[in-house]
Design a protein around this ligand. Structure first.
Ligand code: AHR
Length: 350
């Protein structure tokens, strides 16, 4: 009898602990959910990964994500991919838009730390200046994942992985195409460059990769290079200034489609034919860019894939499960000539 009583008391205690743990597991999520990912039930596709979580079963993974902004078609597609994938995975997504400002991203990351999210992910607007806030996340025991853009922190333990494109390689592909196109030219080829956001990884890397390739032919000269901040409006404005200052532009290299599309408006307004009078190369391959390429207004596009959501959610799950992940996950990408863009356009996802 005595031992039966002991068993009964032990069982009661175990049940109480289980109830308290289950109730407390989501107690940190006080802030409102601003992402499009508030689905209460994991979708069937996410059930397998969610069941592997080390978190108590039934408790959702909370992911804080700080996005750069909404500066381009690429960014819109990237945001949708992240929100849709978080929803499918059944994660509680706290989404914050930094409007292209580093200080807003730092604020968002600090707020995620305060809210004790499970994982923080972000796409850093610029490369430098992250060490302090990343150290704060590390000290709080919250793992950080970088997506799309890199940081230049020397301490690689400040984040778990970086998922995204090889921007230097993208610049090289653009440069190589120009080298091939003008291989027989005996005269100077005047190139103007529309750079992405100053200090951002894609602007730095696409510039250096391009330079590396065109350096093989001294006829290829960048006569003007300025930021268009990855936006259509700025691309147009800067191209207008280039056209005013230089009467002899042969090539435009734009670090993204949106700036190329803005520049096309300026070129047409100046009475010139984009793709003929001025050869145009851009990066991204979003639908609008591909449409311009199919129409012959952009001659060559280097793809930069924005659909990083599924890979990010897999990495989040792995980190929560305490698994090792690769420190660098590179996205597979291709290139498109006008002809190839025509073929690919009907089935283009973004
Ligand atoms: O970081 C990726 C770049 O950011 C895309 O090429 C550009 O369109 C975006 O704004």
């Amino acid at each position: 009898m005595k031992s039966n009583k002991k068993w009964g008391a032990g069982l009661l205690l175990a049940m109480l602990i289980a109830i308290v743990t289950a109730c407390g597991s989501n107690g940190n999520n006080q802030a409102s959910n601003t992402g499009g990912a508030s689905s209460p039930e994991p979708s069937p596709s996410a059930t397998t990964s969610a069941s592997a979580s080390e978190k108590p079963s039934g408790s959702k993974i909370t992911l804080g994500f700080s996005q750069v902004g909404a500066e381009s078609g690429w960014r819109t597609a990237n945001t949708k991919s992240i929100q849709d994938s978080a929803k499918s995975a059944g994660y509680d997504l706290k989404f914050s838009d930094a409007q292209q400002k580093q200080e807003n991203q730092i604020k968002a990351i600090r707020s995620f730390i305060q809210q004790k999210v499970d994982v923080i992910a972000f796409s850093p607007v610029v490369e430098s200046g992250w060490d302090t806030v990343l150290k704060e996340a590390k000290d709080a025991g919250i793992p950080v994942i970088l997506t799309d853009r890199a940081v230049d922190s020397e301490d690689k333990t400040l984040y778990r992985t970086f998922i995204g494109s090889d921007f230097v390689e993208e610049g090289r592909k653009a440069g190589q195409w120009v080298v091939d196109k003008f291989k027989d030219s005996q005269e100077a080829v005047n190139i103007v460059e529309l750079q992405g956001t100053t200090g951002s990884a894609p602007a730095n890397d696409r510039k250096s990769g391009f330079q590396e390739m065109i350096a093989s032919n001294p006829n290829l000269k960048v006569i003007a290079s300025q930021t268009g901040d990855f936006t259509r409006a700025k691309g147009k404005e800067v191209m207008q200034a280039f056209l005013k200052a230089h009467k002899d532009i042969d090539v435009l290299y734009a670090h993204n489609d949106d700036m190329a599309l803005g520049a096309i408006q300026a070129i047409e307004a100046a009475g010139l034919k984009p793709g003929e009078d001025i050869i145009i190369i851009s990066v991204d391959a979003v639908k609008d860019g591909m449409t311009a390429a199919a129409a012959g207004k952009i001659n060559f596009i280097v793809e930069c894939n924005p659909l990083l959501g599924p890979q990010l959610m897999e990495a989040v799950q792995a980190v929560v499960d305490g698994k090792e992940i690769e420190p660098r996950i590179v996205t597979n990408e291709t290139t498109f000539t006008s002809e190839q863009a025509k073929e690919a356009l009907p089935s283009r996802e973004y």
